[in-house]
Design a protein around this ligand. Structure first.
Ligand code: GLN
Length: 441
């Protein structure tokens, strides 16, 4: 980058923020002065001292610590106290030369799939205002899709990185458990929580993953001793290709399978018979597991309806050991079934979610509407499997259906993140950024 160019980039992004944010609402705390000061610092660095993310503009979900800012999780229950230090993932972003530009909007305490439960109001989808960007990391995905940020760091407990990435036409990676540190992130269910990456393309995703995992030098994610194999063996998951997927979503997933074949991959059909039972098991297990972390927020009396509902569900489940045991049994079976499927292929392929971005209800994206379990949460039905069983998964842009982005999800064996990203290159059908951000539909 020539001298002065990080500052030019940051100024351009600030201009975009000014133009778009009044309606888009992807960001909740823009540090314009800090970003410009940081740009000047980066522009002054000699070429040899530049990091692998030099000058990239990043946003961070509101449940991740950034020193000096409150980690409010878009909740009215937060006391406003600022975090003392950066979460390790944020520190690594900064060390690698990124400009950490803003905190991103999210569903309150990462519970939700629409970003409409945020105390700051809903984020809109850059492809179509009035439609959800997905959630809970909807602000992250919308900021990347709108061209405000080059990458975003979010969290994924049941799909919260992959689902908004799918709905906004960008890449969303929930890496293998343990690869990225979760210190400095407000927990939801530690057995499922991951820090994840959202970016406009696979190359930026891979670069960010390498940095966030602490292997800063080099722009590759290849870990020692695990050369990525190519072409991959791709396993199409039978149970995830049918209802409730919408026809346009199935068509995009089938086209992605054809791209894999054309790219030289072997395609097999595999089965994960309990996948349709995963969402219910996820709701049971995570609602119980969230209690020690999220009850104190609810006890303030200020948290929103969805968080209150989940904590109430968790409290009821604490008295219902049979239901919890049944959910744990589903999780055990899913572990065995995904392991058997992955013994036959390198990656599992399915749609990321069954629909494109849903329109907010006509009366507007109210808290009550999105808390209805018949609405938003069902869209997590495929993503939750990877969290329950501890596998890495990525949502890859795979074209449009009815003018809105469709994501295809690849799930790999634990530790196979580089293999996953290589296979993702076969699947990708890069959607351009929306021609006009926020066209009304
Ligand atoms: N939408 C899911 C839920 O509400 C997933 C949330 C997440 O991954 N943080 O539980």
């Amino acid at each position: 980058m020539p001298v002065g160019s990080v500052e030019r980039v940051v100024r351009a992004r600030l201009a975009l923020v000014e133009a778009l944010e009044p309606r888009l609402r992807s960001l909740v705390h823009v540090d314009a002065a800090g970003a410009l000061a940081r740009a000047a610092e980066l522009d002054a660095l000699p070429e040899a001292a530049r990091g692998p993310l030099h000058g990239l503009v990043a946003v961070v979900k509101d449940n991740i610590d950034v020193a000096g800012q409150p980690t409010a999780c878009c909740s009215p229950a937060h006391d406003g106290r600022a975090a003392a230090r950066d979460a390790p993932v944020v520190a690594r972003l900064k060390e690698a030369g990124a400009v950490v530009f803003s905190r991103a909007n999210m569903d309150e305490l990462a519970m939700g799939a629409s970003t409409a439960t945020s105390c700051h109001g809903p984020t809109h989808n850059p492809w179509a205002y009035g439609h959800s960007p997905g959630g809970s990391s909807g602000g992250c995905a919308a900021a990347v899709a709108a061209g405000i940020a080059d990458l975003a760091v979010g969290t994924d407990t049941g799909g919260s990185v992959r689902e908004p990435a799918s709905q906004c036409g960008v890449v969303g990676l929930a890496p293998s458990p343990g690869l990225l540190p979760v210190a400095g992130v407000v927990p939801f269910d530690p057995s499922c929580d991951r820090v994840g990456v959202i970016a406009g393309d696979l190359a930026t995703t891979a670069r960010a993953l390498a940095v966030l995992a602490g292997r800063v030098p080099g722009l590759t994610t290849d870990p020692p001793g695990a050369p990525p194999r190519r072409p991959s063996r791709v396993g199409v998951v039978r149970e995830l290709m049918g209802p409730p997927n919408r026809p346009g979503v199935v068509a995009a997933a089938r086209a992605a399978v054809e791209r894999c074949r054309t790219g030289g991959a072997d395609v097999v059909e595999v089965s994960v018979p309990d996948a349709p039972r995963a969402l219910d098991a996820y709701l049971v297990l995570t609602s119980l597991a969230c209690l020690p972390h999220l009850e104190p927020w609810v006890d303030t009396g200020r948290s929103g309806a969805e968080v209150v509902r989940r904590v109430a569900l968790g409290r009821a489940l604490a008295e219902d050991p049979d239901r919890v045991a049944a959910a744990a049994a589903v999780r055990d079976r899913l572990r065995a079934q995904t392991a058997a499927a992955l013994a036959r292929c390198d990656v599992l392929l399915s749609p990321t979610m069954p629909t494109t971005a849903p329109a907010f209800p006509p009366e507007g994206p109210t808290d009550a509407a999105v808390a209805d379990p018949a609405l938003a949460p069902y869209t997590d039905c495929w993503t939750v499997v990877a969290n329950l069983v501890g596998l890495p998964a990525v949502s890859v842009p795979a074209g449009l259906a009815d003018g809105l982005p469709v994501g295809v999800m690849l799930t790999g064996a634990a530790g196979s993140d580089p293999v996953l990203l290589h296979a993702a290159a076969l699947v990708e059908d890069p959607t351009p950024l929306p021609a006009e951000v926020g066209a009304d539909r």
